[in-house]
Write a protein that binds this ligand. Structure first.
Ligand SMILES: Cc1cc2nc3c(=O)[nH]c(=O)nc-3n(C[C@H](O)[C@H](O)[C@H](O)COP(=O)(O)OP(=O)(O)OC[C@H]3O[C@@H](n4cnc5c(N)ncnc54)[C@H](O)[C@@H]3O)c2cc1C
Length: 439
């Protein structure tokens, strides 16, 4: 791979990208493919944070009007990606199913069905019997589901690294272990970044720093409303082929990998952890509606993360000089209680499997915005700065199409899909829509 951990940084670039997750790597690939001079800076290992820790679902259904057009494009790009990148990213177009446990959940799925049909995405509501025909042997409590046959899945780490490698082949330079610690400005415009290894200039600086985007943007004088929520995932021991479908349920979500391992997670009461830090006290007004709407999903923890954050904020602390040093190659702790509940729910759906053991557990911090929509685009009053962040749990699937659209935007002046619903200014203008339920 065209990684440059020790080579000098290229000083002069068309675009500098901060963050080596799927957003940054996809942008680097599509920009470099267009012939732009790109340098990507990553504070730790490439793809170490959300982009390798997610479930690997690539779905179009239940996206809402702002994201659905991006995912229609995304579905097309994902289907071509393995061949285009000449890499096995384990893409399987096995369909996506959102399960309704009770009839009370059906109206929400009916609304999502209408949204899919409006965008020409073949989707249908299935009865319990039809779900059982689709996924043989599936039992337990459910009345039906929403099924999109063209949805798919891919391997998170392999996909992100394949985009990074392809970006390198097209001339992009990628530097792991190179944290961006500040911005270079000229007359109010951002013209580059500073790192412990030196300065890097670029006509545009893309902030694709995942859950650290708020901290980074503040260094450019921008207040990005963003929170991190810790989500836990487990992989079972390898099982015989079960289903190619990605299943999204409240008690359990699952996806089987090519290796036979089944990833398990859940989205119901108390399934996600919110570790309070000093950031929790910013933009409270903007977050209150979405917090109240999803209050039951969150476990609120006040403890070490808050204490560590207070120590880092003290005058003279090392973190004041090197604000990302403590955040290199983080390993957030998974919530074992949640994962044990997932395991039990999975076994209840497949009683014929008997006891299923977990092989590995991990967690990732999901970066979320007040309206659970990404923040993508330039910023009024801060030329040279460009957001590509805040994917709110949807960014693995959206990485390639967003990278494609951002490359169009920077190379041609505008993207071919309407992205105005993702602009940063919506937070300033008080133009947020109604609070949404996570999903
Ligand atoms: C458990 C879990 C399950 C999920 N499931 C799905 C799913 O099934 N489908 C889906 O579409 N999405 C899913 N998501 C969401 C998806 O993973 C994210 O939206 C997506 O990976 C975000 O990509 P990113 O590149 O924006 O951020 P990240 O992958 O978090 O990358 C950001 C990068 O920026 C780097 N960085 C930060 N600050 C600096 C700095 N100062 N200098 C240099 N580098 C910096 C970080 O080190 C990191 O590598 C899930 C997320 C989690 C955690």
């Amino acid at each position: 791979m065209n990684l440059h951990p020790h080579r000098p940084l290229r000083r002069d670039n068309d675009v500098v990208i901060v963050g080596g997750g799927i957003a940054g790597c996809a942008a680097a690939y599509y920009l470099a493919r267009r012939g732009l001079k790109v340098t990507l800076l990553e504070k730790g290992r490439l793809a170490w944070e959300q982009s390798s820790r997610n479930w690997g679902f690539v779905r179009q259904q239940r996206r809402g009007p702002v994201e659905t057009p991006v995912m229609v494009l995304g579905n097309r790009l994902w289907r071509e990606l393995s061949a285009e990148l000449a890499a096995d990213i384990e893409w399987v177009q096995g369909g996506g199913l959102s399960l309704a446990k009770t009839a009370a959940e059906l109206p929400e799925l009916e609304a999502a069905l209408a949204e899919c049909l409006r965008h020409g995405i073949e989707t249908r509501l299935l009865s319990r019997k039809e779900v059982q025909a689709l996924i043989p042997g599936m039992e337990g409590e459910f009345v039906g589901g929403l099924y999109t046959p063209s949805d798919g899945k891919a391997h998170p780490l392999k996909s992100t690294l394949a985009l990074a490698e392809a970006a390198g082949r097209h001339g992009a330079e990628l530097h792991p272990y190179t944290p961006v610690e500040g911005f270079l400005t000229r007359g109010g415009a951002v013209v580059g970044v500073s790192t412990p290894r030196g300065e890097v200039q670029g006509g545009t600086v893309i902030c694709a720093a995942g859950v650290f985007s708020r901290k980074l943007a503040r260094m450019a004088g921008l207040s990005l409303p963003q929170r991190g929520v810790r989500a836990s995932v487990a992989a079972t021991v390898p099982l015989a082929p079960l289903t190619p479908v990605c299943l999204f349920g409240k008690d359990v979500c699952f996806r089987q990998m090519n290796s036979g391992h089944v990833y398990l997670a859940r989205t119901n009461v108390g399934s996600a952890d919110f570790d309070v830090t000093l950031e929790a006290f910013h933009n409270i007004g903007l977050f209150l509606p979405v917090f109240l709407k999803n209050r039951d999903l969150l476990r609120i923890n006040i403890g070490k993360p808050l204490w560590d954050d207070i120590l880092r904020a003290l005058p003279g602390s090392r973190a004041r000089r090197h604000p990302f040093d403590h955040a290199i190659d983080l390993e957030p702790p998974p919530n074992r209680e949640t994962l044990e509940a997932c395991r039990r729910a999975f076994m209840a759906h497949f009683p014929r499997l008997g006891a299923v053991a977990l092989e590995e557990c991990w967690a990732g911090i999901i970066d979320s915005t007040p309206d659970l929509l990404p923040v993508v685009g330039p910023v009024q009053g801060r030329p040279g700065f460009f957001f590509m962040t805040g994917f709110s749990g949807h960014g693995f699937a959206m990485g390639p199409p967003m990278g494609y659209l951002v490359a169009e935007w920077l190379a041609e002046g505008k993207p071919s899909v309407e992205l105005s619903g993702m602009r940063f200014e919506r937070f300033r203008a008080g133009a947020l829509g109604a609070a949404k339920r996570v999903g």
